[in-house]
Design a binder for this molecule. Structure first.
Ligand SMILES: O=C(O)COP(=O)(O)O
Ligand SMILES: [Mg+2]
Length: 220
């Protein structure tokens, strides 16, 4: 395998606590009630505008001025994107092991790249990343296959020599449409079954992923 591309939120990092904090600050600014962490975690994956729209829908309906609500969220999140956010167990040694084996590593997320890069640097993970595609890198967001295909292109790989690793039905659909094999991390923010997209591998700890990729353990 030449390249592995990872989703970010809910896959490499448990970012919901900082997203939750920023969401509740935005809701507070608008005089709305706060939401629970679980609720906000369930809104992650389709990008920041979708997250903000879902938070508004859950607290009384659309805002009079959506753009200003979105700007408030972005401002609050930019102040503390990695305060409570942590990599999932085993992520760093797994990336280390895969990189040392010569596998090119990339990130394909619906998160804005500036947030993604800040967080990855703060958590010491940016050194593994050969290409990062986020909101605005290409015009489309996942589940359109274009961001993933662009990321593979930048890593010098294609759909025949890569794996996409994600936590949600959005990632599974993205991989399916790009014709890239998909591995599901089941410890993230999954909302719906991904069985229809036929993941080639399902894992709940990152140590298992490197065994699968490098030694074929668990390969069907
Ligand atoms: O919804 C987001 O902002 C990003 O989520 P993702 O990293 O899982 O693509
Ligand atoms: Mg995700």
């Amino acid at each position: 395998m030449k390249a592995i591309v990872f989703d970010l939120d809910g896959t490499l990092i448990d970012s919901a606590p900082d997203l939750h904090a920023a969401a509740n600050r935005m809701l507070g600014d608008l005089g709305r009630p706060p939401l629970t962490l679980e609720r906000v975690a369930g809104f992650v994956g389709n990008g920041v505008p979708a997250l903000v729209a879902r938070c508004l829908d859950a607290t009384g309906g659309p805002a009079d001025d959506f753009d200003s609500a979105l700007a408030r969220f972005r401002k609050h999140y930019a102040r503390a994107p990695a305060q409570l956010t942590r990599p999932y167990a085993g992520v760093e040694p797994t990336l280390e092991r895969l990189a040392a084996s010569g596998v090119a590593l990339g990130i394909c997320t619906n998160k804005p790249p500036e947030f993604a890069v800040t967080i990855l640097k703060e958590l010491g993970l940016m050194r593994f990343v050969g290409a990062l595609v986020g909101e605005g890198t290409v015009p489309q967001l996942k589940p359109d296959p274009a961001p993933l295909l662009h990321c593979l292109d930048r890593l010098g790989a294609d759909e025949t020599s890569a794996l996409y690793v994600g936590d949600s039905e959005i990632d599974a659909e993205t991989a399916f449409r790009a014709k890239v094999p998909f591995a599901l991390f089941s410890g993230g923010y999954l909302r719906e079954s991904v069985d229809a997209f036929e993941p080639v591998y399902v894992f709940d700890h990152f140590d298992d992923l490197s065994d699968y990729v490098l030694q074929g353990v668990g390969r069907r």
